[in-house]
Design a protein around this ligand. Structure first.
Ligand code: ATP
Ligand code: MG
Ligand code: FE
Length: 347
């Protein structure tokens, strides 16, 4: 079964092809990605109208690239999965539009996929795929959630951020340090040269006793220090502030993940989403989990942020699990807002 996946929820256009056989974990045959980061950088954030237009320009060439790379004829595709939401409405419509056009032209069914389920399942494409059940730490640009995952479509939300997402905390702090957009990777690079204890920053909700997160207060603290630095800029201090910010975010993520593991008694953790690429987070989680006999699984580094592979994978796995039959309705109703707990569930 060949599944083409299309991602266009925000500022990455991604197309991929996976093969699913029986119950086995689907394998990635090819994927292609275009990031609009450079285009939005001048504006300090994603401009929705520009994003939609660029998806339109890129998505068909990327699909052709994937077919060529994998030596697959268009007619051989059995199903098209696309990101149905959450995300920018106009951007989502581009992927949905192509998916439905292909489906209608080829007489093949389509399946709308939840973007976060894509992130969540992306570690299944790694060389070390997880097994159910596990605790998932989903840390992306728009979400920070801890979940208990018992199978495809069986997700229980344990806690989430009450304000900013972890990726947002990275991005906003990076902006305050003059690092541009998106700042996560840039802040991580600057942090390598800094002292993580150079600045005393808050660890919001660290001892809250629940599994919720809050990062807005951290951003305010970073702002205060960044302002103070403006009068006498110092490279070492900037690096120290970057390192301290990263350390604060990572400490909270690690602590809460360990609490979720402890509460559940599970010995398996899956990390997904763009912040999952952060080296400090990986190092600290690996150390903490090794000490507790917990196995940690990550997506491949290049599949942490948005991509088509995770959408093709999630579509294929949902179908394998028999949760949702793909449809020939070709009604591309996207869902810009779409809580994960509103997904059709497994029986
Ligand atoms: P969502 O999936 O919640 O809709 P999104 O798609 O924008 O949001 P992702 O693509 O999963 O989010 O991840 C992007 C985020 O990951 C950005 O906030 C970015 O700064 C952050 N990020 C990427 N690499 C790193 C890194 N090495 N360290 C820290 N943050 C990073
Ligand atoms: Mg992005
Ligand atoms: Fe994402």
């Amino acid at each position: 079964l060949l599944v083409l996946g299309i991602e266009s929820s925000c500022d990455e256009t991604g197309v991929a092809l996976v093969r699913a056989e029986g119950e086995g974990v689907p394998t990635l045959l090819a994927h292609a990605l275009h990031t609009q980061v450079a285009m939005h950088a001048d504006y300090g954030g994603v401009v929705p109208e520009l994003a939609s237009r660029d998806h339109i320009r890129r998505v068909i060439p990327l699909a052709n690239e994937v077919l060529a790379q994998s030596g697959t004829a268009l007619e051989a595709i059995d199903m098209v999965a696309f990101t149905r939401g959450p995300g920018l409405a106009g951007a989502l419509l581009v992927g949905a539009g192509l998916a439905c056009a292909l489906g209608a032209a080829l007489d093949k069914p389509v399946l709308g996929v939840h973007h976060l389920e894509g992130h969540l399942l992306s570690p299944f494409l790694s060389a070390d795929p997880p097994e159910f059940p596990f605790i998932a730490l989903l840390v992306s640009g728009g979400h920070t959630q801890l979940m208990r995952v018992d199978g495809v479509g069986r997700y229980e939300l344990l806690g989430e951020t009450i304000d900013d997402a972890a990726g947002e905390a990275f991005d906003k702090s990076a902006k305050l340090l003059g690092l541009g957009y998106p700042g996560g990777p840039a802040l991580a690079r600057l942090a390598e040269f800094g002292d993580p204890e150079g600045f005393k920053l808050p660890r919001p909700l660290l001892h809250s006793g629940n599994l919720d997160f809050s990062f807005a207060g951290l951003k305010t603290a970073v702002l205060t220090h960044a302002k103070r630095m403006e009068s006498a800029p110092c490279d070492q201090q900037r690096a120290d502030l970057a390192a301290s910010t990263q350390a604060a975010i990572v400490e909270v993520l690690v602590k809460k993940s360990l609490n979720a593991l402890k509460n559940s008694g599970l010995k398996r953790l899956v990390v997904a989403g763009g912040v999952g690429a952060n080296a400090r987070l990986r190092d600290d989680l690996n150390a903490a989990c090794a000490a507790r006999g917990v196995r940690v699984h990550y997506p491949e580094l290049h599949l942490c942020t948005d991509n088509g592979a995770m959408i093709a994978l999630a579509g294929a796995m949902r179908m394998q699990a028999g949760i949702e039959a793909p449809s020939r309705q070709y009604a591309f109703d996207v869902k810009p807002r779409w809580p994960l707990d509103q997904l059709p569930l497994a029986a």
